[in-house]
Design a protein around this ligand. Structure first.
Ligand SMILES: [Zn+2]
Ligand SMILES: [Zn+2]
Length: 125
């Protein structure tokens, strides 16, 4: 992270390292953009299922089931084969037999946690 025209990185006693506005900021000004370390479906996705790979809303009755893990909240074969699913929760869900769980939506809040934990495991290996 480096300084921009919107902010400065500084150190303040009692606070530590922080960002301080370098100019007057207007509502909705973009002052910082970054790539998230992990992305997953939000908790509010329960009622209207979302594809756990591309995050499009899908009709749970028309969702696609992964051949490997049996998880049903995917919109297509492309999403079932996508890196975000295959390299994260697919192997874990396969061991849990996800298709035998009562509701696939009950796993949604767990997916982001799984992805974050796997990120930590990968960084430590
Ligand atoms: Zn999808
Ligand atoms: Zn899978």
């Amino acid at each position: 992270m480096s300084d921009s025209d919107a902010y400065r990185i500084c150190h303040r006693d009692g606070v530590g390292r922080c960002l301080v506005a370098a100019r007057d900021l207007e509502p909705l000004d973009v002052i910082l953009e970054d790539t998230p370390a992990a992305v997953g479906p939000e908790e509010f996705s329960y009622e209207n299922g979302v594809c756990v790979a591309c995050y499009r809303q899908i009709d749970a009755a028309a969702s696609f089931q992964c051949d490997e893990c049996g998880f049903e909240l995917l919109c297509s074969v492309e999403c079932a084969k996508s890196a975000v699913h295959v390299e994260n929760e697919c192997a874990i869900l396969k061991t849990l037999k996800a298709s035998s769980l009562p509701q696939p939506t009950s796993l949604l809040p767990c997916l982001l946690c799984i992805r974050i934990l796997l990120l930590q495991v990968r960084q430590n290996t």
